[in-house]
Design a protein around this ligand. Structure first.
Ligand code: GLN
Ligand code: ZN
Length: 765
């Protein structure tokens, strides 16, 4: 019984790669420095896996930016705007594609399936001249080999690569990307031949798109591609790896019949139905790589349960054909628990990060071959038991309250148009009211204040004074700009989810639990380990203080339950919706306390609602139902005159527009300026929307200052499809990453655009 790891985090236990990359990009260190840090990281990972006893150790899962971009480089599919002239692709071209350069923008980035990792989308068309232009896979194989580690080189499979790409600019939207298989397969063959020549005996081709709802012509592309590769793959053991969900029955049939393939990898943490397919129809004589150790979360594996599952599978495929593995690449979990010095021992005993998961996989493989490490297994069993029975996990009152929510429905009693009328009487806003999304620029000084307060270097009093002054500055600025609904600017918050998580019970925070989001960017999701409750008000102090500074309405600013859930490591001992309902109840308490404190407009951000959408369409309705219900729960108990806003960080919600409407918020502000047409087309197609809506009028991701005319033009376009009395005017998202020198003139132009149009509308009457 052997062990395998699908892939491993690249950043390093203390984000060494991040710092090396950023220093190189800033011109503070050389390419050689960057290469050295990277080689050291790779080498330590290989050594760790080798010392642990892992049999199938991956290589080429390292990346300077992204594995899909690496594949684009391998295939020489560099878009022409980067002026690449051939030869081996070097850093300059590679990082220009990833991040843009002074004269050309970066390639588009999008979410990798339902993870928070983002990949660089290949831009393809009939004119791309593919050529073998990056020998990275072969070089890394050789590099490991020179260190005495015979690895399994990993490539993004050819069909998934094409299915994840998009037609390049100027190429017809309907261009059949799969028709490029004939052009890219010869390059895959070259790579495979080189790997063989270098001594590789295994190769792993990741084809995660097999878990999606694929039409039959896409499945046929797999059959065709692997038939074409068959002869070049001969002599190698070939693993086709899938992850993140069940493989649907049709895809399972296609996959297990692929020519030239000797092993199949499945995510058995999320793929519970795949298990049934394996039991009933796994082909005999092939290897089964059973992904039983969760690569998407930070919990220690229930080793006894996994061992039992592996024993069952052994009965299906035979001892020598079963391999214990991770459910997906460990890229999506934190790196190493060893650096967590602040977590207490009890919580730590419940966790396993990537380094620990490698040990778990190995322990399972050994146990199955009769060499069970009894001490390791019993320590694990004790930790599982302590997690089940710990009073820190269970809060009976919360359990009861959240259980009562299931299967029920919660809505504000009055319909949205009547509510808007009641609110308008109280708020007395002009048409096209202006507002912002919440945060204002976070200065170096501000970050210092928060840091020193956290480290107890400055007193509570000094901290409150500094934050109050900052809020005052932001309030004065907004009054000066003549914005209608104000915000306090969120100076007390570092990260929105962290801010609430730190004040809720049931959450734990790591010191180094970073997960790559894109490029050098990492996030450190909180860990939800127990029933969630709110010991005391979280935002009332600052919101009331801010409201006292102005006569204009001051928005209370909260993060919604679905977003907190989707941006955390969530417990795996109860369904996600149950945890979400618990958070919803905590936020509900906060909403009601804000209302009591005299706050009349409350924004509950659901930036990440769409992110949680399951990969498979059949599961969408169930998710949207409890997610939207959770949002409504937060504000079901308030008066008609209290106005609820929500904000979303994407505009691509044409497919879920009815769920958005069903959230029943009074006003929704949404990102829009990077995709005007998409959003407006929903309304043009006749979707009835009666609540307030503020599609962002300018892109806050760019330092560029939009002109009054440009903003007015945007607003006018919106007015062509939306009623005058429901439209709000606001930027795309929070302003915290921008500078005041950009924010001031931009908001000035925004307000002046709103005023110009108001005057025009008034005189047109
Ligand atoms: N209120 C938050 C802010 O303005 C919203 C951030 C977000 O949508 N990600 O920063
Ligand atoms: Zn946003």
């Amino acid at each position: 019984m052997a062990s395998h790891v699908v892939g491993y985090p690249r950043m390093g236990p203390k984000r060494e790669l991040k710092f090396a990359l950023e220093s190189f990009w800033d011109g503070k260190s050389s390419a050689e420095d960057l290469k050295k840090v990277s080689a050291d990281l790779r080498s330590s990972i290989w050594k760790q896996m080798c010392d642990t006893g892992i049999k199938y150790i991956p290589s080429n899962t390292f990346s300077y930016y992204d594995q899909v971009l690496d594949t684009t480089a391998m295939l020489g599919a560099v878009p022409s705007r980067y002026n690449w002239t051939g030869g081996e692709i070097e850093f300059a071209t590679y990082f220009s594609m990833a991040r843009g350069n002074a004269s050309v923008p970066a390639m588009e980035m999008t979410k990798w399936f339902d993870t928070n990792y983002h990949f660089i989308v290949p831009e393809l068309g009939p004119d791309v001249n593919f050529s073998y232009a990056s020998h990275k896979a072969v070089n890394e194989y050789k590099e490991a080999k020179a260190q005495g580690v015979d690895t399994v080189p990993v490539l993004v499979g050819p069909v998934s690569y094409l299915l994840l790409s998009k037609p390049a600019k100027g190429v017809d939207k309907s261009f059949p990307l799969l028709s490029l298989l004939d052009k890219i397969l010869p390059i895959y063959k070259e790579v495979i031949a080189e790997l063989k020549a270098a001594g590789a005996s295994w190769i792993q081709l990741d084809e995660p798109t097999l878990v999606l709802d694929l039409e039959s012509h896409k499945l046929e592309a797999f059959t065709k591609a692997y038939a074409d590769l068959e002869s070049s793959l001969s002599g190698l053991n070939v693993l086709v790896e899938t992850y993140f969900a069940d493989v649907p029955a049709e895809a399972f049939k296609t996959l297990t019949a692929l020519k030239g393939v000797t092993a199949f990898g499945f995510d058995l943490v999320r793929g519970t139905q795949t298990l049934e397919l394996i039991k009933s129809s796994f082909p005999s004589g092939k290897y089964l790589f059973a992904g039983v150790v969760d690569g998407r979360n930070i919990w220690a594996n229930d080793l006894a349960a996994s061992l039992a599952l592996l024993q069952t599978l052994e009965g299906v495929v035979g001892k020598d054909k079963l391999v214990a593995s991770t459910s997906c690449s460990l890229l999506h979990t934190a790196v190493d628990l060893i650096n967590e010095t602040k977590l207490d021992d009890e919580i730590k005993s419940w966790l396993a990060f990537a380094a620990q998961k490698v040990v778990e996989v190995n322990a399972l493989a050994k146990a199955l071959s009769g060499a069970k490490d009894e001490a390791f297994f019993s320590a694990n069993a004790a930790a599982q038991a302590s997690r089940k029975s710990s009073p820190r996990v269970t809060n009976e009152a919360v359990q009861k309250a959240s259980a009562a929510l299931q299967g029920s429905d919660h809505r504000r009693a009055t319909n949205v148009s009547a509510r808007l009328d009641a609110q308008q009487k109280k708020l007395n806003l002009p048409i096209l009211p202006t507002t912002t999304i919440g945060s204002f620029p976070q200065t170096v000084e501000l970050r210092r204040v928060r840091r020193e307060y956290k480290a107890k270097k400055i007193s509570e009093e000094e901290y409150v004074k500094a934050i109050t002054e900052e809020i005052k500055k932001v309030v004065d600025l907004q009054e000066e700009l003549d914005i209608d609904v104000l915000v306090h600017g969120e100076p007390e918050r570092n990260d929105m989810v962290e801010y609430f998580g730190e004040q809720l019970s049931g959450f734990a925070f790591t010191a180094n639990g970073w997960v790559q989001s894109y490029g050098s960017r990492c996030v450190k999701p909180p860990i939800i380990y127990g029933d969630v409750s709110r010991p005391k008000p979280m935002t009332v102090f600052w919101s009331s203080k801010a409201q006292e500074m102005t006569k204009r309405p001051m928005k209370g600013m909260l993060t919604g339950p679905v977003t907190i859930l989707n941006w955390s490591f969530v417990r795996n001992d109860q369904p996600r919706f149950e945890t979400c309902y618990q958070i919803a109840l905590a936020i509900k308490d906060e909403v009601e306390d804000l209302e009591k404190a005299g706050i009349t407009v409350i924004q509950i951000d659901e930036a990440a609602l769409r992110e949680g959408l399951p990969l498979r369409k059949a599961e969408h309705a169930f998710y949207l139902n409890w997610a939207v219900h959770s949002f409504r729960i937060t504000n079901v108990g308030i008066q008609d005159t209290t106005q609820i806003h929500t904000h979303m960080c994407y505009s691509n919600f044409n497919d879920i527009i009815h769920s958005i409407i069903d959230m029943d918020a009074d006003v929704i502000t949404i990102e829009n300026s990077r995709s005007d047409e998409k959003l407006l087309s929903v309304f043009r197609e006749g979707v009835k929307y009666g609540a307030g809506i503020g599609p962002g009028v300018y892109d806050i991701h760019s330092p560029r200052i939009p002109s009054t005319e440009e903003i007015a033009d945007r607003v006018n376009k919106m007015l062509a499809v939306l009623d005058t009395n429901i439209l709000w005017v606001n930027p795309d998202c929070g302003l915290k990453t921008r500078k005041y020198t950009e924010v001031k003139p931009a908001l000035q132009n925004m307000v002046s655009a709103a005023k110009t149009i108001r005057t025009q509308l008034a005189s047109a009457k």
